[in-house]
Design a protein around this ligand. Structure first.
Ligand code: MG
Ligand code: MG
Length: 596
């Protein structure tokens, strides 16, 4: 399948965009009139540049407000069109996108629209140009692709067909199944955009909040499947108007954009049992390990010890130490000259680690390099978002990277036993959507609905990516743009958070102090019995409850951008204590300023 992208998706000038689009690996481009007009280069120069970069000009767009007008307006519209056809001729562009009339239509009659489109098509044919007619979701008389198709049939010109844009169809809730009723040779063009479900006017939703496929709530896999089953053989093209992507690094965004199309096409192939060149997703079976990197991890190490983690040994060839609590493996990797403490890598258990890596690389993730020595496990991995590396492992009980660690202690009765419940990663505003796609496309995680939590420095957007069974969960946080990046954390799930907390306190672990107001509110909300409430308050524990069950959790203070959380899920509780997040964020800020 050929791939294409509208220049409007990216930041920068036209020449910069074309270079980035070619470098990312797209086959073609939709040139936006509004990108050409301000460019210093002539249409001939842009044509030559595209040829040199190996990009086909798949579409010139848009032409607006043409049909359903009075005779005087029509004459002027034909004059406007001829001028643009002249420019397209110089560009070497063979197809123009015509949006349904928004502003100047006064005649609500398909016959009239068809007759006028026929005149436009005849004029275009003098230039060897085709017209792809698109029903805009907010078109005055034509806002449904089925009406656009009726008008195209009525006009009946060989160089007139329809353009389907997933946003315009799905934002209106129009049934995409009827795409398959359109003649294959009349499906001239396909534009793809995802979007989050939102309650707002469609025009603003479209102009500011479109996303690349896989990042929003639309079912684009079905949409593309209908197009291909209907016989569409043109490129899969992206048309994403988005405030963030218009500001971010053009080369990075172009690469990210192509990944979204590769993912989408692969998923459409899987849904239809068509052959795909990409390996099947490998849903993770567990979080195998979390690695923290920093210059001095002594404080984290002490906190792990106080919580009841057991020293699992020193790596035999690297400055790396392992701490374990049952199935929870935390690796501390001390590297000189690293800035702060960060989440260095994440290990996931899968059935086929090599296939997981091949898939990620085929979608467009850069391979990660890990130095290994004779006899050490070579874990396949890629560079994920936020500088984190992801490694896949298909280890068995007999064979494991754990064997590379020597001199560990044996767990005792005081030791904590648990699993990694979730990890929490903070993203800068420009990388959040890209990370959502990374998690779905290469880690085979699904997205829970996003939420917004009030913090002392602004609203924090939160989205959890997880496996269906919940064994792997990555909580993503988006800090307010003006605030420093939020710290990341690792949450370990245990069977008895109260006794873990009590032992950790005895061992001198500092807890994030929780204000008394919080416990007054807990009592009011849940009517907890006095004994439990007193115990929660004494130990600085958080509590939450939903229809399924309840949740106990507590946090260590932030050490150099990282902290630890201990959680206990009682019965079927499936959340993350979101209601407690504002209290936690405020407590962390207070703690920071008191200890700084
Ligand atoms: Mg469009
Ligand atoms: Mg958490």
């Amino acid at each position: 399948m050929r791939t294409s992208i509208a220049t409007v998706c990216l930041s920068g000038g036209l020449v910069e965009k074309l270079h980035a689009i070619a470098e990312a690996g797209f086959d073609g481009v939709e040139i936006m009139d509004s990108d050409l007009v301000p460019a210093a280069e002539s249409p001939e120069e842009i044509r030559a540049l595209c040829a040199r970069l190996g990009l086909t000009i798949d579409l010139f767009q848009p032409f607006r407000d043409f049909e359903g007008v009075d005779e005087v307006t029509l004459a002027d519209n034909l004059r406007r069109a001829r001028a643009k056809f002249e420019i397209m001729d110089r560009l070497g562009a063979k197809m123009i996108l015509l949006c349904s009339n928004v502003a100047t239509a006064t005649i609500a009659d398909h016959e009239v629209a068809a007759e006028q489109l026929g005149q436009l098509a005849d004029l275009a044919s003098e230039y060897g140009i085709s017209i792809a007619y698109e029903a805009l979701a907010w078109g005055r008389y034509v806002s449904d692709y089925r009406d656009a198709w009726k008008i195209v049939q009525l006009a009946d010109r060989p160089n007139l067909g329809v353009c389907l844009d997933s946003f315009h169809v799905l934002s209106r809730g129009h049934d995409p199944r009827e795409i398959e009723a359109i003649d294959a040779e009349k499906l001239f063009f396909l534009q793809l955009a995802d979007a989050p479900h939102m309650q707002m006017d469609i025009l603003s939703w479209s102009r500011h909040h479109r996303l690349f496929p896989g990042e929003g709530d639309f079912d684009l896999i079905s949409f593309v499947s209908h197009m291909i089953r209907a016989g569409y053989r043109g490129p899969l093209s992206l048309e994403v108007f988005n405030d963030t992507f218009r500001q971010t690094d053009v080369r990075r965004t172009a690469k990210h954009a192509l990944r979204s199309l590769r993912w989408l096409y692969d998923r459409a192939c899987a849904a239809n049992s068509w052959e795909s060149k990409i390996d099947a997703p490998q849903p993770p079976r567990a979080i195998d390990f979390v690695e923290l990197t920093g210059e001095d991890l002594g404080e984290i190490e002490q906190a792990l010890h106080q919580l009841g983690f057991v020293f699992g040994g020193r790596h035999r060839s690297k400055p790396v130490r392992l701490w374990q609590a049952g199935e929870a493996n935390v690796i501390l990797n001390e590297q000189p000259r690293t800035q702060g403490t960060r989440l260095g890598s994440l290990g996931l258990l899968v059935d086929d680690a090599e296939a997981a890596k091949r898939r990620a690389v085929a979608i467009g993730a850069p391979a990660a390099f890990r130095r290994t020595y004779e006899g050490e496990y070579d874990l396949p991995g890629v560079l994920a978002t936020e500088g984190i590396e992801v490694f896949w492992n298909a280890r068995t009980a007999e064979e494991s990277w754990r064997d590379e660690f020597e001199g560990g202690s044996t767990p005792g009765t005081e030791s904590m036993r648990g699993v990694i419940d979730h990890i929490n990663i903070a993203y800068p505003w420009q990388e959040f959507d890209e990370a959502v796609l990374f998690h779905t496309s290469t880690l085979a995680l699904g997205a829970e609905p996003a939420s917004e939590l009030p913090g002392p420095r602004g609203l924090v957007r939160s989205q959890v990516m997880r496996t269906d069974d919940g064994v792997v969960r990555i909580a993503m946080n988006l800090a307010p743009p003006t605030a420093p990046l939020l710290p990341r954390h690792i949450a370990v799930r245990v069977d008895d958070a109260i006794s873990v907390a009590r032992r950790a306190k005895e061992r001198g672990l500092p807890f994030l102090p929780i204000p008394d107001n919080y416990y007054d509110d807990l009592e009011a909300r849940f009517g907890l019995d006095a004994e439990l409430l007193a115990e929660l308050q004494e130990l600085d524990l958080f509590y939450d409850r939903d229809e399924q069950g309840s949740f106990l959790h507590f946090y260590t203070p932030v050490v150099d951008q990282v902290f630890l959380e201990v959680v206990q899920r009682i019965d079927g509780y499936d959340g993350y204590g979101a209601a407690n997040a504002p209290v936690r964020l405020t407590a962390q800020r207070t703690f920071e300023s008191e200890t700084a």
